[in-house]
Design a protein around this ligand. Sequence first.
Ligand SMILES: Cc1cc2nc3c(=O)[nH]c(=O)nc-3n(C[C@H](O)[C@H](O)[C@H](O)COP(=O)(O)OP(=O)(O)OC[C@H]3O[C@@H](n4cnc5c(N)ncnc54)[C@H](O)[C@@H]3O)c2cc1C
Length: 473
Amino acid sequence: MAKEYDLVILGGGTGGYVAAIRASQLGLKTAVVEKGKLGGTCLHAGCIPSKALLRSAEVYAQTKNSEAFGVIASDVRLDFAKVQARKSAIVEQLYKGVRHLMKKGKIDVYAGFGRILGPSIFSPMPGTISVEMNDGTENEMLVPKNVIIATGSRPRTLPGLEIDGEFVITSDEALQMETLPSSIIIVGGGAIGIEWASMLNDFGVEVTVLEYADRILPSEDRDVSKEVEKLLKRRGITVMTEAKVLPETLEKGSGVTIRAEHQGEQKTFTAEKMLVCIGRQANIEGIGLENTDIVIENGVIQTNEFYQTKEPHIYAIGDVIGGLQLAHVASHEGIVAVEHIVGQNPFPIDYTMVSKCVYSRPEVASVGLTEEEAKAKGYEVKVGKFPFKAIGKALVFGEAEGFVKIVADQKTNDLLGVHMVGPHVTDMISEAGLARVLDATPWEVAHAIHPHPTLSEAMAEAALAVDGNAIHF
Ligand SMILES: Cc1cc2nc3c(=O)[nH]c(=O)nc-3n(C[C@H](O)[C@H](O)[C@H](O)COP(=O)(O)OP(=O)(O)OC[C@H]3O[C@@H](n4cnc5c(N)ncnc54)[C@H](O)[C@@H]3O)c2cc1C
């Protein structure tokens, strides 16, 4: 029997389940269809498990180097099974939390694969959802007034670098490793590749990063990329930029060997495993898009600023629409979509106000335009930069590398972008995000008196540095 809903959400990842909670708050009768586990990539194969492993790696590296703090630790060893168990326990706790939130919001959850049907006996419009239930019971038929597609994405690979789960892996398999390899080639120096490079190096793995662009973290400010590359190399990580991996040269035996073209020469790389981190592709297959007028371009669903597709009652959010493929973006898009469905007047998201973070050591965080982007857009820019080595708290932490860089508009004093590399900057960037939302000038940022000693002083000093007034450098 068909069941009627105000809203059915296809996919219960960060985008989908947050949208469901907002819909329930606004009084919509809501269902979520999830083929795997509520929480999606972020909770089970992304943000949370990767950060749990990164934290263990950081503790391990720090303990090995604790003598610098006057703490003598002997026989420091890694129990990787415990590292994985800790990660799984954190994921399980949060998973329980998400399931509880669904119950609390009286949101129906269907465990199965959902597919959008065209006009049918249930509805003259496309949008009825047929759910092939995981437990093999008869398909459920859901008839919603509105649909949100939040089916997320999966790792991309290159033809010739097929994932075999043993020698050639993606972050999905890497997160499940039972033992660490002695060496690894990471193809791709974006956020995910660099997090893995940092983590595996801290765990004692020999790491080589091969990046096609002329720098790692190519979407970050050029100064940030340069600083991270320098610091990773100092830790013994091999970083090759402008390196074009040649998939056809891949050989597998006791490990992997591959060649890459670098500055006109072919170089050979060998390691126990290869981790492919070259981006993610949207999950648009098999979900019945052909039964609708929904438009796909460059492999992602096209929407307007309120996330409506060409079918006005069918919305799409999160990784499946491309753009900034981040968890907080997916969930915020879900909230905007739901508020639009109920006729509220949500603000469209300004993506230049979204903070982006990389949880490597050192961490990287940014919001707004890079210096290059600002110049390309025609701004006359002024830049303030302040190093962590002049911040007392950074020295106390024993992590005094990196800087805060602020890009401002020479004419209007507007804060165009903030770029950070250094200790705990992923927790510091929200101040810059708020400053962007409130349209604060660097002077206003510095005028908010920052407590001493804190890492946040670097933000205030960088704001002063924009007009040449930094105090401590
Ligand atoms: C290793 C890694 C680390 C990351 N770290 C971070 C980070 O630190 N911070 C950050 O912001 N982002 C991070 N991300 C990105 C983040 O995980 C994604 O941006 C986010 O999960 C996108 O949410 P989503 O809801 O769009 O999709 P997903 O989380 O992918 O959820 C989609 C859900 O839809 C389900 N589904 C798909 N098709 C169907 C169907 N037909 N029927 C039913 N269910 C279906 C899937 O099973 C899945 O649960 C990371 C990603 C990876 C891979």
